[in-house]
Design a binder for this molecule. Structure first.
Ligand code: ZN
Ligand code: ZN
Length: 477
């Protein structure tokens, strides 16, 4: 398989080696995502960014069937853009509008091969690399309309394939597949941990484990069930090298594993019976809908699986937009890690169970929020709503940074809130003024006949501060 990027062994998605500190404490580390794994998963997930109007599955024959696309823009190994298709713009076009010529020398990771309309502009902007997930492309070859003969690729999709191939062969941008095998044991590790993480600590009592419905849904969306059809699509995209065994089976196996991991992370933040409620504080402007909040916190959960912390993975994403309305744009994202450029095991890895405080990690780890703000792609303008989604309650070290950066909303969990662990404390969050705080919690929903009203309460015994019932779900299934 074509490798999209070269990384060191630890970077390439292998489990980090077990290390033995001189104090002879063994640390057990789980596997982590490689950067390519993370970009694949983020791009697939972004494709499902909540839309006001769902994508139209019933286009008539002869009309282009454009599928939603997710896109991750990377510069110097840092994510500088997260994009998704909307009603007007394709994800590729949205990236052009936001980054313009700054896309030069960036790497773009698409959840589908982009259409010729997007591709010509992206190539023109001088990007260095374009990678895409090897499923059905943006101009769908799968759904050729309700009246089209089954299995036949539409003329539009064929024409688009010819044009994209022509653009590809004349382009200086390197165009390749977005797929890298996951580290050994990753699927099981995510399946086991997605519901046991700190973020969901108060919500883990119901149906733990991999959600098969979720796996089914994502498989339908991102995999091509029929082998012959998949081969045919790869051939149309001039990827005939991947149609030969054993490469074809490997490709399909690796795709399935990535989809399973995505399903497990998504299942870890249940859609039903839980949501974000606002802590007591004067409302400035509303936050985003529950669906968007859940989507963004799952982005943060994906980032958390790239942590360098031996014990607790934390992910953070900051999105901003005018009054929280319209298209949001990425400010920054990150996960907790040792300072950029440091070699693995150069710093202490121990937590507060290590008696010798010099051996503890706390003075060295850069927190997820700190990475998101340090490597932010733009400043926050004072008129906009800037929303931080973070999988762990922000600590006292981060609170002043969050406030000074201009964050207006925080979506998080209250696990560890008001606790002082010596090396790290979480005492300032509760008294943080001027920032809207939304805490994930269980919700009680009313019996089915109330569905039309469909309002939900935050459970007061879980968060005594709950003063407000968020009215965002349009109805529980
Ligand atoms: Zn397009
Ligand atoms: Zn912190």
């Amino acid at each position: 398989m074509e490798e999209s990027c070269r990384e060191s062994p630890a970077e390439s998605g292998q489990a980090l080696p077990l290390t033995r500190d001189s104090s002879s404490q063994t640390i057990s580390l789980g596997p982590r995502f490689s950067k390519i794994n993370l970009f694949s998963l983020l791009s697939l997930w972004l494709e499902l960014f909540p839309q006001e109007r769902p994508e139209d599955n019933n286009n008539p024959v002869g009309v282009n069937i454009i599928r939603s696309v997710g896109l991750v823009v990377v510069r110097e190994s840092k994510v500088v853009g997260l994009h998704y298709s909307g009603h007007e713009l394709h994800a590729g076009q949205a990236a052009i509008i936001q980054h313009a010529a700054r896309l030069a020398d960036c790497q773009l990771y698409f959840s589908r091969r982009p259409c010729a309309t997007c591709l010509k502009m992206i190539i023109n902007a001088g990007v260095s690399q374009i990678s895409f997930w090897p499923g059905d492309p943006e101009v769908s070859m799968l759904r050729s309309g309700p009246h089209a003969p089954a299995g036949q690729i539409s003329e539009e999709a064929t024409l688009d394939a010819v044009a994209t191939e022509k653009l590809k062969s004349n382009s200086r941008s390197h165009i390749c597949l977005l797929l890298q095998p996951l580290a050994t044991g990753m699927v099981q590790f995510v399946g086991e941990t997605s519901r046991e993480c700190d973020f969901m600590a108060t919500l883990t009592d119901d149906d733990p484990g991999l959600n098969t419905e979720e796996v089914f849904y994502f498989s339908k969306r991102f995999l091509i069930e029929d082998c012959h059809q998949h081969r045919e699509i790869l051939n149309q995209m001039h990827l005939e090298n991947f149609c030969v065994e054993p490469y074809f089976s490997n490709l399909r196996h690796n795709m399935r594993q990535v989809v399973k991991v995505l399903a497990a992370v998504v299942a870890g933040v249940p859609q039903q019976h839980c949501g974000f409620h606002r802590s007591a504080s004067p409302p400035h402007h509303e936050g985003v809908s529950q669906e968007v909040a859940r989507h963004c916190i799952i982005q943060a959960r994906l980032l958390a699986y790239r942590t360098e912390d031996p014990k607790v993975g934390v992910g953070a994403v900051v999105w901003a937009g005018l009054n929280g309305l319209g298209r949001l744009s990425l400010v920054g994202c990150g996960y907790n890690a040792y300072p950029a450029g440091s070699q693995y095991a150069e710093y202490p890895l121990m937590d507060d169970k290590q008696e010798d405080r010099k051996r503890r990690k706390y003075r060295y780890i850069i927190h997820a929020e700190q990475n998101a703000l340090t490597f932010r792609t733009r400043d926050i303008n004072p008129e906009e709503a800037a929303m931080l989604f973070v999988t762990k309650c922000p600590c006292d070290e981060c609170i002043p940074l969050i406030r000074s950066a201009g964050i207006t909303h925080i979506y998080t969990t209250d696990h560890d809130r008001d606790r002082n662990k010596g090396d790290i404390s979480y005492l300032r969050f509760s008294n943080l003024k001027g920032i809207q705080k939304f805490i994930v919690s269980k919700l009680i929903c009313f019996p089915p006949f109330f569905k039309k009203i469909s309002f939900v309460f935050a459970a007061p015994w879980i968060s005594p501060e709950a003063e407000y019932c968020h009215l965002a779900y349009s109805g529980f299934p």
